[in-house]
Design a protein around this ligand. Structure first.
Ligand SMILES: Cc1cc2nc3c(=O)[nH]c(=O)nc-3n(C[C@H](O)[C@H](O)[C@H](O)COP(=O)(O)O)c2cc1C
Length: 268
């Protein structure tokens, strides 16, 4: 919530939020002409986002890195396009011009990418994981609720398998929460009491997140191949190089144009 307030104070022109009630963000952003996009995983969330006044939704399919739900991009996009009046941006599994063309064919107005952008020259991801993501196949991911407490897709590594097997590690969460409190300049005692008073369900979720954030940071910043865990989508299997973002976008648009011509011939 505090991060959203900073975005609004700074009048950031486009805001993307997920996992929460964002009506107040939409209202405030619209006062200065900002646009707001909600990340959604099903039609219920998407319709609610539209009712809040969101300018677009980013629809995330199951194959995506991190928090896709059960429906894959191929079915999610047309199902949302059928019921929404606002633009739908497709996310999950898009890594090249074929994905871009397919998303547009499904009715999307644009695409969003995580896994593909992660392995570009400009991406700050640690070299170890850029190299690993290029080596891995589409089957080399894990989709589990035992990584950060939500359904989450990560790269299949020994550390990720260990997290899935073990589930919530409460003693580790206690120590990791102290690190988070320090980073955020919060009193750990106040944070701890606040979390405990919020009820077991919420406390458990926050404990999961404390451990997952530590593991994600070890991977993204430290390149730790033993203890690090990295959100990665199935399209990691489509990634074999490390272009600049410009090279990637130019190539994707060119590939999509070739596909468009091929489709014209197919349906001629
Ligand atoms: C390294 C990495 C970290 C991510 N972290 C988060 C996150 O903390 N929360 C979240 O909701 N999505 C996260 N995502 C998911 C993206 O926002 C996006 O939904 C997803 O990557 C799209 O699917 P794709 O990976 O197939 O392109 C992350 C993705 C990557 C690759």
């Amino acid at each position: 919530m505090d991060s959203a307030k900073v975005l609004l104070e700074e009048q950031v022109p486009v805001i993307n939020f997920a996992l929460g009630k964002g009506d107040w963000i939409v209202r405030e952003a619209h006062t200065y002409g900002g646009k707001v996009m909600a990340t959604v995983v099903n039609a219920r969330h998407a319709k609610r986002a539209q009712d809040y006044g969101c300018d677009a939704v980013i629809a995330t399919g199951n194959e995506a890195a991190a928090h896709g739900e059960s429906v894959t991009t191929f079915c999610l996009i047309p199902s949302l396009v059928d019921v929404l009046n606002i633009p739908v941006i497709a996310a999950g599994g898009i890594a090249d011009g074929r994905g871009l063309a397919a998303a547009i064919a499904l009715g999307a107005d644009g695409v969003a990418m995580g896994t593909r952008i992660m392995t570009t020259k400009e991406s700050p991801l640690h070299r170890n994981y850029k190299d690993l993501s290029r080596e891995k196949n589409s089957t080399d991911t894990i989709y589990s609720r035992r990584i950060d407490g939500l359904w989450c897709r990560v790269l299949k590594t020994d550390a990720a398998e260990k997290m899935r097997r073990r589930g919530l590690n409460l003693p580790a969460a206690f120590f990791n929460a102290q690190d988070i409190a320090k980073t955020m300049h919060l009193s750990f005692i106040k944070l701890f009491i606040g979390v405990m008073l919020s009820g077991w369900k919420n406390a458990k979720q926050l404990a999961f997140l404390a451990n997952a954030f530590k593991a994600f940071r070890l991977a993204t910043e430290g390149g730790d191949l033993k203890e690090g865990v990295l959100p990665v989508g199935q399209c990691t299997g489509l990634i074999h190089d490390e272009p600049t973002v410009k090279e990637l976008f130019d190539r994707m648009v060119h590939e999509a144009e070739v596909i468009e011509k091929r489709m014209e011939n197919v349906f001629a």
